[in-house]
Design a protein around this ligand. Structure first.
Ligand SMILES: [Zn+2]
Length: 64
C-alpha cells in the first residue's frame, strides 16, 4: 500500500517535465520561458535562450 501511495505522489511531477531536446535537461513547460512551435505543431521547450537558438539554427538534427 505504501508503494501505491508513493506512485500517486511522484507521477504528476514527472508528467510536468519535458526534455530540452538540445541539452537533455528537464524543463517544466508551465514555467519555461523559452519555447518554440515547430512546423509539425509540436511545441518544444528549452532551458535557456541559448538552447532555443541552437534549435532554431538547425532544428533537423534535434527533431526526430
Ligand atoms: Zn538546454
Amino acid at each position: 500500500m505504501k508503494v501505491h501511495i508513493k506512485r500517486l505522489i511522484r507521477q504528476p511531477r514527472k508528467r510536468n517535465q519535458i526534455i530540452d531536446v538540445v541539452c537533455g535537461m528537464r524543463v517544466n513547460p508551465a514555467i519555461a520561458m523559452h519555447s518554440i512551435q515547430h512546423n509539425s505543431g509540436t511545441s518544444y521547450y528549452f532551458c535557456s535562450a541559448y538552447c532555443k537558438a541552437q534549435f532554431e539554427a538547425t532544428p533537423t538534427i534535434f527533431v526526430r
